[in-house]
Design a protein. Sequence first.
Length: 395
Amino acid sequence: MWVNKKLDYILNKGFNDGPKFLDEAHKNYYLKQQEDKKLKKEEERKNKTYDKICIKCGKSYIIDYMHRFQKRCPECEIKYPPKIIRFTGLTKVSSCRKCGSEMVVKKNSTTHICKKCHDEEKERKRKLILEKPVKTNCLRCGKEIIYCKRHIKDHYSRVLCDSCKNDPFPFKKDPKYNNVMYLLENTTLTCREIEELLGLEKDYIKEAAIERHGFDWYKNRLIFIRKRSGLEHSAAMLNFYNKLRKDENKLKEHFENRIRTPSNLELLFQKNLSDCMISFEHNSWQTIKINNTFERREIDLKIPLKNTNKKFIVFVDGEAFHGPQAFFKASPVERDCNTTKAFSDLGYLTIRYSESEIKNGIAIAHFISKYKEFETRAPVYYYRNWMTKEEIVLY
C-alpha cells in the first residue's frame, strides 16, 4: 500500500504493538534465537577471507578480516612500509591572508586563513544564494512567479503564488480535481494507482479526499483497500495451488528446487540417534494424496528400519508453529493430522514429536525403544501424534 509515511504512521499507531508471545519462556526463546543468528552472522563475517591484488607487484594474495584493507602483499608490506607522518610539535606561526592576524598552523600547511575569515566568506556566499531571485511555476495553478529562497534548503517545486496561498482550498483549482474525487468515491484504486493514472501527487489526492469527506473517511478507505488486497492475493494463491494439485508431475516440478536445511531442533534429535540409524534422509519432499488432491509435504527425517522394508517418518514440531497453542498459525492441527495419517496409510511408521518432548529427552528414548521393538516384529500400521495424544499399532 503506497501512502504518505506520516499518514501511514498515524493509521497504524496502536494497531502494531510489536511481537506478541505465548508466555515469558516463548519470548526468551524467540530473543535467544535472534541473538544466536546475530552471533552466527558476526562469526561468519570475521572468518571470511579476501582475495586481493598487490598494488606494488601485482600478485594475488589472501588476507583475513582484520587486514582486509591492506593494499600490499605481505612481502611488499615489509619491503615498502607505509610512510607515517606525525605533526606533533611541527607547527609554525603564520598570518591570515585576508585580515593579517597571526595564528598557529601545521608546518606543511599552505592555506593560511583564520576561522573568522572562513566563516565570513561562507556567510557571504549563503546570502548571495538567498538574495538571487529565480523563476518558477506555481505548484497548483502553474502561473510563472519570481521567488527568492527563504532558506538554503527551500525547493522551487513546492512554491505557491499569492492567490493560491490565500485560497483555503487551492487544490480545487486543478482541472483534474473532479476526476480524482470520482475515482476515490467509485473505485478501489490506491493513491499510487490514481497518481500514475492522472499524473498527480499523492499529497494532492490525500488533501482533496480529506477536504471533501474528512480524515475518518479517508482512513477507512485505506484500511478497506489494504484488507481487500490481502484477500485477493490469498484467493489468487489458493486458486493457483488448487490447479497445481490436480497434476502430480507439475506439483513435483514446482517444489523440486525447494531445499531447506535442518533446524536446530531437528539437529538436536539427529545428534542422539544411534549408529544403526545413521543412514537417514532429512528435509526431503514427497507427493501424497490427501482428500483426493495431490499435496507436496516436507519430511523432517526418514529413517529405514533395519532388516525390513519399512521406514520411520519423523516430524519434529516447534510449538510456536505447530499444535493447538501455536502463536504462528501457519500449519493448523487438522492439516498436520491429515499429513501424518496419509503417510501412515502408505505403510510408513509415522511419528510426530513436540519441541518439549525433544528437549526433555522423552522423544529420543521413545523412538529408540520403538526402533528396537519393531526390529523383531514390524507392524503393518503405526501412527503417533503428540497433538491428539494418539498412538496406534496394528500387526
